[in-house]
Design a protein around this ligand. Structure first.
Ligand code: THU
Length: 130
């Protein structure tokens, strides 16, 4: 998991966060071992900003991958940074419920959880079955 945290920390350096000042990095490992990374990209029209997790997912999908085997998120926060509600749903779209999620701080704290714990009772394709 250290390499995933390192990838998230590296891409965090590229975050565009002039409004919040809160830079976030995320890195996804796919089942074949590849890593895709993303950072938050804010916009002066605030709601148009995107989270680091969304960027990492977009990079993964653009490369033709569809499965998140593991994901790590890092920020300079007092406690390991949790994904926002929208990103929990975005992650659940591509990850098994037991897929590991590592939340980290730039100071070195980590918290390990999994997708189902972040989003219990997630809305999924089965709920649209008629
Ligand atoms: N942010 C992320 O990129 N990921 C998270 O998990 C939490 C929040 C970003 C969005 C915004 O650019 C900044 O952090 C402050 O909310």
């Amino acid at each position: 998991m250290e390499d995933l945290i390192a990838a998230a920390a590296a891409v965090r350096e590229n975050a565009h966060a002039p409004y919040s000042g809160f830079r976030v990095g995320a890195a996804i490992r796919t089942p074949d071992g590849r890593i895709f990374a993303g950072c938050n990209v804010e916009n002066v029209a605030y709601p148009e900003g995107t989270c680091a997790e969304a960027g990492a997912i977009a990079a993964m999908v653009a490369a033709g991958e569809r499965r998140i085997a593991a994901i790590a998120v890092i920020a300079d926060s007092p406690a390991p940074v949790p994904p926002c509600g929208g990103c929990r749903q975005r992650i659940a779209e591509f990850a098994a419920p037991d897929a590991p999620v590592t939340l980290a701080t730039t100071a070195g704290a980590t918290m390990r959880t999994h997708v189902a714990a972040l989003l219990p009772g997630a809305f999924g394709p089965d709920h649209m079955a008629s």
